[in-house]
Structures are given as C-alpha cells and as structure tokens.
Design a protein around this ligand. Structure first.
Ligand code: AMP
Length: 428
C-alpha cells in the first residue's frame, strides 16, 4: 500500500536536486555571462536542445555499458508510448541536432556552445547532484585537426580561470582509435586476467575493459598502477595527433600533465580525453571534462562527422566562486529611485507614474504594500536609493510630487508633469 507522505515532505525537493536562491543567482548570472563572453571571443554560437531525448540516442551514443546508460538515466514514458530520458549530457543531443538540422551544410566546422540542466541518477554527495547544470563547447564537422582539441581545452580553461579559480591543471591522454585501441584492449585483458579484482572490475573486464582504469576501489589501485599504458599502444597517427595537441597547449601557455589512466565514462570518445581540476580543492572532482568524438555521429545513425568538445560542471564552479565572492567582479546593481506613497489615491497614481519611469528607462523601487511614511523611507534607506519621491493625497490633487535627496534630506516640490525630467537631471 502506498505510504502517505507527511505534509512537510512536500517541502523537500527531490533528492539530489536543489533550488538556486536569490543570494546565489548573481554568481550564476556571472558564470553564464562569462560563458557567453568566452564563446563570443572564440566564435562559438549558442545552441539549445530539448531537456528530453529518445532513450536510443544515449544507448547508442554514450554506450550501453557505461554507468550513465546502465544506472543513471531518468526515464519517462509518454502517454503515446514514447520512451524518453531526461538528458544526462548534451554532446549526443548537440550532434543529433547538427545532423538533423543540416548544420553540416553550413561552413565547417560548426562551433557551438550551450548552458543548461542535465540529469543523472547518481548517489548525491558534495559536488555531485542528480540535476546539475553544464556549459559546453563543441567543434563539430570539418576534419579532426588537433588544433580544435586545443581550442576546446583553451576555451574551458580560460573560462574557469577568468572566474578566479586557480591554479588549474589539465589532465590529458589519448585513448586511440579503431585501429590501435583493440590491440590495447587485448593487452589490458591479458594483464587483468587471473588478478584479484573487485566485482565491478570483473564485470568491466567482460563488458568494457578500458573502464578498468576508472576503478576507485582501494584494492584495485596497485593493479591499475602497473597496467600497460595506452600511450605505448597508440598508432602513429594517434601519437602524432596527441603530440600536436600538447604542442598547441604549450604554445598557449596551458599547463597539463599526461595521465594515461584517464579513460572517461562515455563510449563516444576517441583520441584526446581530458579533465580540468583546480589544485588542492574539491579533491578529485573535475570542473570540466571532454574529448574528441569522431565516431559519435555514426553511432547515432548519421554520416561520419568529426567532433571535439568539453562540458563543465556549473555547480562545482559556483561553489568555488562562492569562496572567492570578494575577488569576483559582479555587475553593480543599477541605481534606482524610491517612490513613497501616502494614502490610497496616491498609491493608485503611483502605478501610472512607475510606468512613466519604465518608459524612460529609470529604475524605480516602491513599497506599494506598505503604508506608513516612515516605514517606506526606512526601506528607501536600506536599498540605498539616492533619491526618494513622495506622493501624498495633497500632491495628487495639486499634480505635484516631493523630491527628497536621501543623503542631505533636502526636499523640494516639483510638478508631476516634470518629475521624470527632473529625476533624469539629478541622476546624471
Ligand atoms: P561528463 O559529462 O561526465 O564528462 O561531465 C562533465 C562535467 O560535468 C564534469 O567535469 C563535472 O564538472 C560535471 N558533472 C558531471 N556529473 C555531475 C553531477 N552528477 N553533479 C554535478 N556536476 C557533474
């Protein structure tokens, strides 16, 4: 029998999901605005895809044996019987949109960016949510020039860095291609066979051997440390690709370390994989991750189309921004005048006056719900308005209004007709 929820339970959001409160939104706005600025500088255009997609897009794109597809998707069944999921990531949707909307017919490659929510049914913990937000940059189409990989890394690195989060480090590797990866897979299977490994690893050995290198269990660490390195198995085009990416990073002054254990949890990657961390904080949690995905388009039924991209975790970055709130330049709230009313007639007249100010692009705060003069003036003081306008019953009859300089307390009566002009003069 379904248990009846206590009334207070209704006030708690779903596990792993959270509200973004007014005290945090200036930081979110800053992150979104900085993403826009970086995107503009590196010439990325905005794209947004639906929150829900067909299950198959991720089953085929992200991979059936990945954690995301095996355990973490939120399923929806529509009344019409469609099987949908809340998107767990945005690269497969962006590629779907690129293929479906004929973006391949535009100049190549297409440089795209996005910002929005993603959903994964993970165990919530610090920095890990079930609804979280990602910004991302993707370079899709054209060829697999390693300079695109470096540009993607640079865009995400510069974005995080400009939010005062540093020192940052890029961990990077190559997971090879269709030619050289099977050989490495075999080496890895041979190496792991017969070793004492955890249950998850035993399963990975059968389904997705590269993910063995992802294991976080203590007991598997020494085995992992001695595993053959993928870097020794790369074919010569993959080795050269990696070398060129690294040279471009050096050219741009971006610090990296090679980490051959980096395999990433999504099947669509080939060649470059990378993660960006801040040193010494939020240990072990990547702020942004990405890589090249030249096979993704084919995996989801499209023509072969190279691509490389990155996704950054907004919540993780916002948390670090909170700790640096004083260093981060937030846009100053615009100066607003304060409109005080006394009595019902003035309250009514205020509504029209507020509209007049809006048309002249002058910000107004009013306390229409409050009636006492002193209460309203106190609010004007608190919000730091330089100027208060006081409209009483007498003023309404006389078609005038009192202008009060909040700093000096000096008051002056001006005709209502001229008040907008008068305020403009004083705010100059
Ligand atoms: P991924 O799509 O797994 O490559 O993740 C890209 C980035 O998204 C990561 O580097 C994290 O910063 C962020 N991220 C991934 N999963 C979560 C989550 N469950 N909660 C918060 N951030 C996440």
């Amino acid at each position: 029998m379904p248990t009846k929820k206590k009334p207070t339970d209704l006030l708690i959001p779903p596990r792993g999901m959270h509200d973004i409160l007014p005290k945090e939104t200036p930081l979110w706005d800053k992150l979104i605005e900085t993403t826009r600025e970086i995107a503009d500088f590196y010439n990325f255009s905005r794209i947004e895809t639906p929150i829900a997609e067909r299950v198959e897009l991720f089953e085929r794109g992200v991979g059936e044996t990945t954690d995301i597809v095996e355990k973490e998707m939120y399923f929806l069944k529509t009344k019409g019987g469609d099987r949908l999921v809340l998107r767990p990531e945005m690269t497969a949707p962006v590629m779907r949109s690129y293929l479906q909307n004929g973006l391949h017919r535009l100049p190549q490659p297409q440089r795209l960016y996005y910002f929005g929510p993603a959903f994964r049914y993970e165990r919530p913990q610090a920095g890990r949510y079930r609804q979280f937000h990602q910004f991302g940059f993707e370079i899709v189409g054209g060829d697999s020039d390693p300079v695109y990989d470096a540009e993607i890394i640079a865009a995400s690195y510069r974005l995080i860095e400009s939010l005062k989060i540093k020192p940052l480090i890029i961990e990077i590797s190559s997971i090879g291609c269709r030619i050289c990866r099977p050989g490495y897979r075999k080496k890895l299977i041979d190496y792991y066979r017969g070793k004492e490994i955890c249950r998850d690893c035993a399963r990975r050995l059968k389904t997705n051997p590269l993910r063995l290198l992802d294991c976080k269990k203590e007991a598997c660490q020494p085995i992992k440390a001695d595993a053959p390195s993928i870097l020794d198995s790369l074919c010569s085009p993959c080795r050269s690709h990696l070398k060129q990416v690294l040279e471009s990073l050096e050219e741009m002054g971006l610090p990296y370390t090679l980490n051959p254990l980096l395999v990433r949890g999504l099947d669509y990657y080939n060649r470059t994989v990378f993660e960006i961390f801040v040193q010494e904080e939020v240990v072990g949690l990547a702020l942004a991750s990405g890589g090249r995905y030249d096979y993704l388009a084919e995996m989801i039924g499209g023509r072969p189309t190279p691509g490389v991209g990155v996704a950054g975790g907004a919540e993780r970055i916002i948390e670090l921004m909170m700790a640096r709130r004083d260093e981060i330049k937030l846009p100053k709230p615009r100066v607003k005048i304060f409109l005080v009313h006394i009595g019902d007639l003035a309250k009514k007249r205020s509504l029209a006056l507020i509209e007049e100010f809006r048309r002249s692009n002058i910000g107004v705060i009013s306390a229409l719900g409050k009636n006492s003069l002193s209460e309203q003036l106190e609010t004007a003081n608190k919000v730091g308005s330089p100027l208060a306008l006081i409209l009483g019953q007498r003023e309404v009859y006389e078609e005038s209004i009192i202008l009060r300089d909040m700093q000096t307390g000096v008051q002056e009566s001006v005709p209502l007709k001229k008040v907008v002009e008068e305020v403009k003069k004083r705010l100059k």
